[in-house]
Design a protein around this ligand. Sequence first.
Ligand SMILES: [Zn+2]
Length: 151
Amino acid sequence: MNLIKPPLPKVKFSVDEFPLKRELISEMLRVMKENNGIGLAAPQVGIDQPFFVGQVGKDPFVVAEPFLELLNPLLVYGVEGCLSLPGLKVNVPRYTTIRLYGRDENGVEIDWICKGLLARVIQHECDHLQGRLISHYAEGGGNAFSRLGDL
Ligand SMILES: [Zn+2]
């Protein structure tokens, strides 16, 4: 499994089946860590499924079919990179606190309150599932919730 160059595939509305394949998840985590990333969405490795992996704290996580709820309108800028756009750094506005609904790799429902770096990573990866890269923000685009209804 390798990172692919943009344009990344458009993802389906829902995943084909749960549980997600264990080998697929571990491969994505391997690629993410090898490239010093803290999040990786399926389309970045050429998979048209709506899920991503990440690791901010001690344990890696898998989120499929995410839906975000805004809990606090406060936006904070932070510099982000992306494994799909090597070398690019963009100052991206993200919400500081979000509620994430989705499913884990087994299809079990997730309902998390996310803050700080975790909230930023989740918004970055949700952007990927909508076909949006950080280059969008370099061009003065909107934020992760401007197309919330598409998820
Ligand atoms: Zn990215």
